[in-house]
Design a protein around this ligand. Structure first.
Ligand SMILES: Cc1cc2nc3c(=O)[nH]c(=O)nc-3n(C[C@H](O)[C@H](O)[C@H](O)COP(=O)(O)OP(=O)(O)OC[C@H]3O[C@@H](n4cnc5c(N)ncnc54)[C@H](O)[C@@H]3O)c2cc1C
Length: 90
């Protein structure tokens, strides 16, 4: 059966088939007025389709941090974003 199948398109090559997690949550200092988000914090192997979910969950955490008017916004956000990033890596 598989032998008779026809490809729907060309084979695609993942140029970066690995997951990367930049640990901004572990930095002792971070410039004020800047924030890192989504794939810039963590990018997942595209084969597993996790990147958009993680970016969306980070957006919710950012919304919460902003609504709390936290003094150290970036540091607080990175701590919460790390918990979001952790779950697909378990
Ligand atoms: C081949 C492939 C397949 C994938 N498939 C899936 C999937 O099936 N499911 C899934 O959940 N995730 C998938 N992902 C991952 C997903 O696309 C990303 O995790 C997600 O888009 C990250 O969102 P982001 O906002 O961090 O970055 P992006 O979506 O990349 O957004 C960044 C934006 O910033 C813009 N930008 C960049 N530099 C500048 C600049 N200097 N000035 C202004 N704008 C700039 C870019 O043009 C872009 O619009 C896939 C990724 C790849 C590469």
């Amino acid at each position: 059966m598989f032998r008779d199948a026809e490809p729907l398109g060309n084979a695609d090559i993942a140029r970066f088939p690995a997951s990367v997690w930049r640990r901004y949550d572990k930095l002792k200092r971070f410039p004020s007025g800047y924030l890192v988000f989504g794939d810039a914090i963590s990018s997942f192997n595209p084969r597993y389709g996790q990147g958009m979910s993680v970016a969306a969950l980070q957006a919710l955490e950012l919304q919460r941090v902003l609504s709390e008017r936290t003094f150290n916004l970036a540091s607080e956000f990175f701590t919460r974003a790390a918990k979001v990033v952790e779950s697909p890596l378990r």
